[in-house]
Design a protein around this ligand. Structure first.
Ligand code: F2R
Ligand code: MG
Ligand code: MG
Length: 308
């Protein structure tokens, strides 16, 4: 029996682990088969995916709920350019740091805002926090995305990722893989994401090759590619975290981010206890490392209970 707090801890630890395990392979071609016995560095370092998810979690805790101005400020405060940010997000954060309001900055790089995956990769804490209040989830996640990713496709990627997390906390959606896809289809009004969700059903039925998955869903930094790819990998392999990460890397492309999103979902499904201990041991633990993200998960759980 996995307790709800175990799911919260597993979700955010899974995100950080998936990010850190996938990071060395970001940008690689499809088809690489990592050997985790020798391909893992001595210390697993996380990237922008986890740094931004930490900002989301810290803000929800400090504000006792969702406050977009506070969240934007946390992104700016936590920003470490060495963590490998997307160029648009880095530019927006720098504008916020220099005093511009996020509502002005978010359309300065791309006219209609970014449709990169940078808001989906950090959306899991919102899915946890709003898991018993899905009526409020969409509006909050859209606005949280909008701080850096104002484009409708950027927002919808974040909403679907957060909603998938909320389903794992509240419902038995994993009895049948199509069940979760149907729930996501019912939640989205985006034709683009609906088309990808329907392709996911076909790929599952066909037991498709990695090559086909990349061809039909995509593996790039665009939310419309990597969010469906992460959902697919999770649905097919998410009950075995190590195997799932092997598949994330073998898809190539945006491996840290597909890993972070699939990792959050798998960690939520399995709970922290089921995540590979030897990987957790190697995960960095500085000022805002693995202990910090677990603390965020625990505090979000307590707040979530108080609000439900
Ligand atoms: N940035 C990286 N990886 C490269 C550097 C890693 C290297 N190891 C290092 O340490 O230096 N990874 C991270 O970036 C991705 C998230 O990106 P985000 O936050 O979405 O950024 P951005 O710039 O908003 O969007 C990404 C690209 O998508 C295209 N794009 C987005 N919106 C667009 C629009 N409206 N019109 C046209 N193009 C648009 C652009 O090419 C953007 O640069 C994650 O992978 C994270 O891990
Ligand atoms: Mg990254
Ligand atoms: Mg990435």
């Amino acid at each position: 029996m996995i307790t709800p707090v175990e799911r919260f801890r597993g979700c955010l630890m899974g995100l950080m682990l998936g990010d850190a395990i996938g990071a060395p392979f970001e940008g690689c071609r499809q088809g690489i088969e990592p050997d985790f016995q020798k391909d893992l560095p001595a210390v697993l370092r996380y990237t922008d995916d986890s740094e931004m998810a930490i900002g989301v979690g810290e803000s929800l805790i400090a504000s006792d709920g969702f406050d977009p101005d506070d969240m934007a400020m946390r992104f700016a405060e936590n920003y470490n350019p060495l963590r490998g940010y997307g160029s648009g997000t880095a530019a927006i954060i720098n504008m916020i740091k220099s005093g511009m309001h996020w509502k002005e900055a978010n359309t300065k790089v791309f006219k209609n805002g970014s449709f990169g995956n940078g808001s989906a990769m950090r959306a899991a804490p919102l899915g946890l926090f709003f898991s018993h209040r899905t009526g409020q989830l969409r509006a909050a996640v859209e606005e949280a995305s909008s701080i850096t990713h104002h484009h409708v496709l950027g927002k919808e990627g974040a909403v679907l990722l957060a909603y998938a997390v909320s389903l794992l906390v509240t419902q038995e959606v994993m009895k049948d893989r199509n069940h979760m896809i149907d729930a996501l289809l019912g939640f989205t009004s985006s034709d683009e994401y609906s088309a990808k969700l329907l392709i996911m059903k076909e790929l599952i039925k066909e037991e498709a090759s990695g090559e086909q998955v990349v061809l039909r869903l995509g593996n790039t930094v665009l939310a419309l590619e990597s969010v469906p790819a992460a959902l697919y990998v999770f649905l097919v392999y998410g009950s075995d975290f190590k195997k799932m990460m092997q598949v994330c890397i073998s898809l190539g492309g945006d491996t840290d981010t597909i890993g972070a999103m699939a990792g959050a979902l798998s960690g939520c499904l399995l709970g922290e206890q089921a995540l590979p201990g030897e990987w957790i041991q190697k995960l960095e633990n500085g000022e805002k490392g693995k202990d910090h993200i677990v603390e965020i998960a625990e505090r979000l759980f307590l707040m979530h209970q108080a609000h439900s």
